[in-house]
Each structure stands twice: as C-alpha cells, then as structure tokens.
Design a protein around this ligand. Structure first.
Ligand code: SF4
Length: 534
C-alpha cells in the first residue's frame, strides 16, 4: 500500500484527507474508462464499508479502467457539488457513475448528488453527453423500484460476479447511441435496466469461489468510523435463515474464505494496522474459526469481530477474543420470548444466552444486545420479556462483579423484499413507540443503557424497502431531506403509507419487485411464511 504526497492546487481539506490515506490509487485518465464510485453518504461513513472498498480495488485492478471515489457530505449542494476524491473532478466528467447503496435511507441523496453535478436526475431525461448511472447493493438487489427511475442499470447481486461482464460492454459502447448501449447491457446476467423491461425475472448473481477475490481494506484512513481496523472478509451469506433477514436472502448461500487466505491477508494488513476486523454476518460460524483466531493471536494481531452467533461461541474462542482485545460481545436474540424467536427462526435459547453471558462476564467483557420491536405476532408479553430477559442478563453478569456494562439496542421490525416476511406489515409507529416505552419503563434505573432507533424513520425505510417507482419522485422533489417534506411528498403523489408499509399483503398478490429472481422460489418463501404461522 503506497502513500502519496498531497497535490498542489487542491482544496486544503481534501489534501489533508488524502495525506491521511494509504492505498489510494492515482491513475492517468488517458485512454482509460473513468468510473466515479459514489457512496451516497459521507466519507466518514463510506470508508468503513468493506463492499465499497472492494469495488474500488476490483475496478482499479481492471485494465483500461480508472476508478475514483466520491461521497456526499452535509455541506454539499448545487453550489458545492461532490467532486472525486483522487483528482477533484466534477462527477459529470466520468463516463460511468457507480453508486454503492448499503442503506435505504441513503436513497434520498441520489437525486441530490446528480442534480448538484448538473446531471438530469431521471434516466429517461439523459442522453449520450451524460455518464451512465448504475447502482448496486443488497437493498436495490432485493427491490430496485424506488430508485429505478434514477438509474440506467441496476446490478442484482454481487459486484464481483457482474462488473467483469458489464465493464467491457460499457467500454466498447463509446460513441454508440445510448438506447443501444442500454439494450446491450440488459442482456448481461444480473443487470436490470429499467428502460428495457426484462422478458423474464433478472436473476441475482453471486460468486461461487470467494477465494478468487481479495476482500480486504484497500484504502486505509483514520478519518472513518472503523479507521483503526484492517478489514478482512471471513464469510459471505448466512446459513441460519432468520425469516426477517435481508443479509441472509441477499447473499445466500453461505460461503467462506479459507483460513490460510484470511491469515495471509491479515499478515499483510499488520503492516498498517494492529487490529484485524473480521467481517461476516456470523463470524464464529466459519468452519475454521479456531484456526483463524489462533493464527491471528500467534502473529500478535488484535481482533475485532463484526457479529457472531451465540450457538457457535466456545470458551476457546472467547479466550482468543479476550486476548485479542475484544471488550464487547454483541448478541442479537431479536425477540424476548422463545415463542417469538421460533416465529422469526432465531434459533437460540435463553440457556444459550445465559451461558454466553457467563462466559463473557467472567472475562470482564461488556455485552451488547439487539432486539427488534413490532415483530409479527408480538404481544405485550413478548415486549415485557425483552426487558425481563435483559434484567436477568444484568443480574447474571453482576455475579462476576459490578461494572460489566449492558447495552440494549431496540429497533423496529421493517419488512424487507426477498425475505419470507416480505408480505407482513410493519406495526404502526405509535404502537412501536408504546412498546418501546414499556421496555424503557422496566429498564429505567437498572443501570442498562438503551439505544432506540426512531420508528418514524423506520417507517420511511419500510416504504423504501417495499415501495415502487412512485417513491423516486417523492425523493427527488423534496426541497431537503426531512420527515415533513417526505410526508408532504407522499400525500402529493397519493401514496398510501398504510398500504405500502402497514398492511399484510396476500401471498397471491403480484409483488412490485417480481422482475427480480432472488434465487429462492416464491413457493419456498411462502412455505417459510406458513411455517412461521402466517
Ligand atoms: S443469524 Fe444474523 S445474519 Fe444470519 S440469518 Fe439470522 S439475522 Fe441474518
């Protein structure tokens, strides 16, 4: 990883940012296809996305391509549009703008970025003089409709499986009529071109051999949330099949990198960072996890783990994790009662939770719990049990000495396209608020910190997860991103939030995102829904 000196004539704050980076790729544009890789949120947030970093490496490693990054900061506007990080070029100088979308709420920034760059917001209004605007990410792979009018093409599935086929077609299309290019692109597996409706559903693409790709940090900077980590992907997809989980449906099947590869990358990463960030939906599920953690300890690396499953946590793993500097164990029971955990297929029992609590507390680790509020079929008893379970956890941890901090994160259930719960409603905002109050009432004064995700914006997220093309206009026409502008826009366009978010949809009804083949048949999703009791 090279470190480059700041360049003359640049904005001083951009210079400072670049001076902090290691691994930045600077390429001459001559004869290369210039691609702007856009993260529609701040540099601080985007640079911690391993997916974003991986695409940057993948594109810059492709002969004939130069890829530069761009972000959307709070102070960006039509007067101060986003520029590329590497060469400070305006975004309409690029032949392609590739948006990496991780969260639905980042959708609001898409029309703002395009407008500020002087690029027509809607694909139908663009011509050969404008860049091709493409997108990818798990949420648009599941339901691309709310942002479809903004994009020329949307990648359905994993970038590594799609970009190597897409890029040569775009590179060869120079001088071609835009519509001809779009028709050509629409033939590539895993590409949805909204202006060229597909004859059959677009099937999600995924890579079979994960080890064929290096998925690690590519640009290191301290100016990001996970700035002290060298990130290494351990696995992708999750075999547990929780019925609400987008991660599980968007990245199935579960695949893992070999321990030898992970340790090889970690050894290289140690030159830059002491702490290795192991990334995956349930890191302790890796079949060689003991070998990986043991190997990391042998080389003296500190360890960080993005998330783990209690059921695969052993005393030996906790030992390695403690030695590797992990101070907090994050656990996601999601529901307070066994009944509701079975409904959502979160296969962990209270005994397993308590066992893990004892193991972690004995090592003076802090505990962080994630619960969802408003899950389908949830009763007040389930809600109260979230608080009671947390209190039992606190009492069990306190047996090992005071000061073991317990944090509880409460977030509303949001139905996601492509999951077995896609047909089920989100509970009304007022009802979720009432249930959160119940939990907070129990926990008040108990020395437990509760972080609450606001249900109003979760309702917006649910609309963007289950909604259709009409939402693009709502987002594009909002003078600024605020809840009141959103509500006004929904009303102006006659979109019923109740119908989009709060109603159970009949399984026979055609889903808005039926042009996507997620890789699991609707019959299988329906069977899962039935097994959950709906
Ligand atoms: S264990 Fe976690 S990542 Fe896996 S399916 Fe369940 S919620 Fe999703």
């Amino acid at each position: 990883m090279s470190k480059h000196p700041p360049r003359k004539g640049r904005n001083p704050s951009s210079n400072e940012r670049l001076a902090h980076e290691q691994g930045t790729v600077y390429r001459d544009w001559g004869g290369r296809l210039p691609i702007g890789l856009v993260y529609p949120n701040s540099y601080f947030v985007g640079m911690s996305s391993l997916g974003y970093q991986t695409i940057y490496r993948l594109l810059n490693d492709t002969p004939g391509i130069v890829c530069e990054r761009a972000f959307w900061e709070k102070n960006n506007s039509v007067r101060t549009p986003a520029l590329s990080v590497e060469s400070e070029r305006p975004l309409n100088d690029f032949a392609v703008l590739a948006f990496s979308l991780s969260y639905e709420l980042d959708y609001f920034n898409i029309p703002r970025i395009l407008e500020a760059a002087g690029i027509p917001v809607y694909a139908a209004e663009r011509d050969e003089t404008h860049p091709l605007i493409i997108a990818g990410g798990p949420c648009v792979s599941a339901n691309p409709l709310p942002v479809a009018p903004f994009f020329d093409a949307i990648c359905v599935g994993e970038a590594e499986a799609i970009l190597p086929a897409l890029m040569p077609v775009i590179a060869d299309s120079s001088g071609a009529h835009r519509q001809d290019t779009l028709i050509e692109i629409a033939r590539i597996p895993g590409i949805y071109v909204p202006q060229v409706p597909p004859e059959k559903p677009v099937s999600r693409q995924w890579v079979k051999d994960l080890d064929a790709y290096r998925v690690t940090s590519s640009v290191l900077t301290p100016d990001t949330e996970l700035g002290d980590l060298y990130m290494v992907e351990v696995e992708r997809g999750c075999g547990w099949g929780c019925r609400f989980c987008l991660l599980c449906s968007a990245f199935r099947p579960m695949r893992s990198h070999k321990a030898e590869k992970i340790l090889e990358y970690a050894r290289e990463g140690l030159e830059f960072r002491k702490r290795m960030g192991l990334v995956g939906p349930a890191v302790t599920d890796h079949p060689q996890i003991e070998q990986i953690l043991g190997g990391l300890r042998e080389m003296g690396a500190e360890i960080s783990i993005s998330s783990l499953r209690l059921t695969t946590l052993t005393p030996q793993l906790l030992e390695y994790m403690g030695e590797g500097g992990i101070k907090t164990i994050t656990v996601a029971p999601e529901a307070g009662t066994q009944r509701l955990r079975e409904v959502i297929k979160k296969e962990i029992t209270e005994d397993q939770i308590m066992e893990a609590v004892a193991l972690a507390a004995a090592r003076s680790m802090q505990l962080k719990f994630y619960f969802m509020v408003g899950l389908p079929s949830e009763t007040d008893e389930d809600v109260s049990e979230i608080a009671r379970l947390t209190l039992r956890v606190k009492a069990a941890a306190d047996k090992y000495g005071k000061g073991r901090r317990i944090t509880v994160n409460l977030s509303p259930f949001v139905p996601k396209a492509g999951t077995p719960f896609q047909w089920l409603p989100m509970a009304p905002v007022s009802e979720i608020e009432r249930r959160i109050d119940i939990i907070q009432g129990y926990l008040s004064g108990a020395g437990i910190k509760a972080n609450v995700e606001g249900p109003a914006w979760s309702e917006v997220q649910a609309a963007l997860a289950r909604g259709d093309e009409r939402l693009a206009k709502v987002m594009a026409e909002m003078p600024s991103v605020s809840f009141s502008h959103w509500q006004k826009g929904m009303k102006n366009h006659g979109i019923d939030i109740n119908e989009t978010v709060h109603q159970q949809w009949p399984v026979k009804q055609k889903l808005p995102w039926s042009m996507i083949d997620p890789g699991v048949s609707p019959e299988k999703l329906k069977r899962e829904l039935e097994s959950a009791g709906f």
